[in-house]
Design a protein around this ligand. Structure first.
Ligand SMILES: Cc1cc2nc3c(=O)[nH]c(=O)nc-3n(C[C@H](O)[C@H](O)[C@H](O)COP(=O)(O)OP(=O)(O)OC[C@H]3O[C@@H](n4cnc5c(N)ncnc54)[C@H](O)[C@@H]3O)c2cc1C
Length: 417
C-alpha cells in the first residue's frame, strides 16, 4: 500500500466522494485501497433502497471481480444464464451469452437494498470514512486549492479533490455549474413479487403493451420471486408508476404469471440519465462518475456497470498523478480522455440504434427476424448488455435481415383477407 495521505487532522481528507451508490462506493474503495484518505457521503442511512431492475451485466460482474467483492455478492445474488426477449407467445426467443469473450457468461440479480450496502461496507473495510445522512449541499474551492464540502446537517470537511457520484439527481451538478441546464431524463418504475408461476432462470424483457422506445421486465431475484418493472427512453407525460400499475392489472402475460403471486413492495419510479458526453466528466477539482455523468445505456437502461467502470477510470486517473497530497493538474484531462475513449463511440451508436430500431413497426421486425437469425441475436446481446461494438447492429447482414422482415410484414398486411 502506498502512503499517499495528505494531512492527518480530523476533518481533512485526500478525496471526498459524494454519493454511496455503486459508482461512489467503488471509487472510494479503489482510492482507499491505494492509501488515500477518503470520505464518502450519502444523504441516506444504509442500507437504503434504490429503485432499479437490480440486474448486474457481465461487465458489472467483471469489475466486481476486479474489486475482489464478487464472492460476497454471488453468495446472495440470483444467477441467470440468458435473457428472454418476448413480444408475444409466438415472438419469443433467448439471448444466450455463450459467445462472450473475457467476460462472465451470466447475469446476476441482487436487490439494491443489499448490493449497495455490501459495496459501501466493502469500501469502509478498506479504510473509507462513511458519513450517512449527510446531504452535500455545496462544494467550494478554497484559496489554497483545497476543496470544502458542506453538508446540510453534518461536518464541513476539507479535501484535495472531490468526486461526485450522485446518480440521476443533477441538482448539485447544476448548482456547481457542471451542468448548464436540466438534462433530459428517461423514466422507469419497478416493484417486487413473490410466488410467481412459470418463472425459470431467464431475465425477461417484454415489449408488447409498452410505449417505444422502452421495455418491460421480469428479473428473477430468487425462487418464484422477481423484480418487475417498465421504463421508457423519453420524457413521458404519464408516470411510469401508473404505467406499471396498468400493466400489472391488464397485461395478458403478466396476468398469467402473476395469477397467484403476491406483490411485496410498493411500485416506485425513478429517472434515468443516458446523456453521457466526456464534457460531463467534471473540472479541475471535481470528477463526476456513474449516472451523474449520464452513463446509462440508452438501449437497455443499465447503469451499474458504467458506474463501476467509470469509478475505476476515475480512481486510476487520480492515483496516477497523486503527489504531496494533491492530484496532478492533468488528472481531469486524463479522466475525460479515458471516459471518451471507452464510452463515447458506444453511446453515440447506442443512441442511434435506439432512434432507428426502437420504433413501432421496425422493432417488431427486428424481434421477428431475431427469432430465426442467430447473428442478429448475437448482435442484440452485444447491444443490450453493452458487451461488444454496437456497429454489429449496422452490418449489411443485420440491416438486410431486418428490412426484409419489415417489408415482408408490410406486404402481408397489404394482402386482402
Ligand atoms: C427503474 C430503474 C431500473 C434500472 N435497472 C437497472 C438494471 O437492472 N441494471 C443496471 O445496471 N442499471 C439499472 N438502472 C440504472 C441504475 O440504477 C443506475 O444507473 C445506477 O444506480 C447508477 O449508479 P450511481 O452510483 O451512479 O448512482 P446511484 O446508484 O443513483 O447512487 C447515487 C447516490 O448518491 C446519493 N446522493 C444523491 N445526491 C446526494 C447529495 N447531494 N449528498 C449526498 N448523497 C447524495 C444518493 O442517496 C445515492 O445513494 C435502473 C434505473 C431505474 C430507475
Amino acid at each position: 500500500m502506498r502512503n499517499l495521505s495528505a494531512q492527518q487532522s480530523g476533518a481533512h481528507y485526500d478525496v471526498a466522494v459524494v454519493g454511496a451508490g455503486p459508482g461512489g462506493s467503488a471509487t472510494a474503495y479503489f482510492l482507499a485501497k491505494d492509501g488515500l484518505r477518503v470520505a464518502l457521503f450519502d444523504k441516506f442511512e444504509f442500507p437504503r433502497d434504490k429503485t432499479c431492475g437490480d440486474g448486474l451485466t457481465p461487465r458489472a460482474i467483471k469489475t466486481l471481480a476486479a474489486m475482489g467483492v464478487l464472492s460476497q455478492i454471488e453468495e446472495r445474488a440470483f444467477r441467470s444464464p440468458r435473457i428472454k426477449m418476448r413480444y408475444s407467445d409466438e415472438i419469443t426467443f433467448n439471448l444466450e451469452l455463450d459467445h462472450l469473450k473475457n467476460l462472465p457468461r451470466y447475469i446476476l440479480t441482487m436487490p439494491r437494498f443489499q448490493l449497495d450496502d455490501v459495496l459501501r461496507q466493502y469500501a469502509v473495510n478498506a479504510g473509507v470514512h462513511f458519513f450517512p445522512r449527510a446531504r452535500v449541499k455545496n462544494l467550494t474551492r478554497l484559496v489554497d486549492k483545497r476543496v470544502s464540502i458542506q453538508t446540510e446537517s453534518g461536518p464541513v470537511i476539507e479535501c484535495a479533490l472531490a468526486v461526485i457520484a450522485t446518480g440521476a439527481n443533477s441538482s448539485l451538478l447544476q448548482k456547481l455549474g457542471l451542468l448548464k441546464k436540466s438534462p433530459p431524463v428517461n423514466l422507469a418504475a419497478r416493484t417486487y413479487f413473490e410466488n410467481i408461476k412459470d418463472l425459470d432462470d431467464s431475465l425477461i424483457l417484454f415489449f408488447d403493451g409498452i410505449n417505444l422506445p422502452g421495455y418491460g421486465w421480469v428479473f428473477p431475484t430468487g425462487e418464484g420471486t422477481a423484480n418487475i418493472g417498465c421504463g421508457v427512453f423519453f420524457e413521458d407525460s404519464v408516470s411510469q408508476a401508473s404505467r406499471l400499475r396498468g400493466l400489472i392489472a391488464e397485461h395478458p402475460y403478466l396476468q398469467r404469471i402473476l395469477k397467484n403471486a403476491r406483490q411485496v413492495a410498493p411500485i416506485q419510479g425513478y429517472p434515468l440519465r443516458t446523456d453521457f458526453s466526456p464534457s460531463h466528466s467534471g473540472n479541475e477539482w471535481i470528477l463526476v462518475v456513474g449516472e451523474a455523468a449520464g452513463l446509462v445505456n440508452p438501449i437497455s437502461g443499465e447503469g451499474i456497470d458504467y458506474a463501476l467502470e467509470s469509478a475505476h477510470l476515475a480512481a486510476n486517473a487520480i492515483l496516477n498523478g497523486w503527489q504531496d497530497g494533491f492530484p496532478s493538474t492533468a488528472t481531469q484531462k486524463k479522466y475525460r480522455t479515458a471516459l471518451g475513449k471507452k464510452f463515447q463511440f458506444q453511446f453515440i451508436l447506442n443512441h442511434l440504434i435506439q432512434k432507428i430500431y426502437f420504433r413501432n413497426g421496425i422493432w417488431t421486425s427486428v424481434l421477428k427476424s431475431a427469432c430465426q437469425k442467430p447473428t442478429l441475436r448475437k448482435a442484440m446481446v452485444d447491444a443490450v448488455v453493452g458487451t461488444g461494438n454496437p456497429l454489429v447492429m449496422f452490418t449489411p447482414r443485420v440491416l438486410r435481415d431486418v428490412f426484409l422482415q419489415l417489408f415482408s410484414g408490410r406486404a402481408d398486411q397489404s394482402k386482402p383477407g
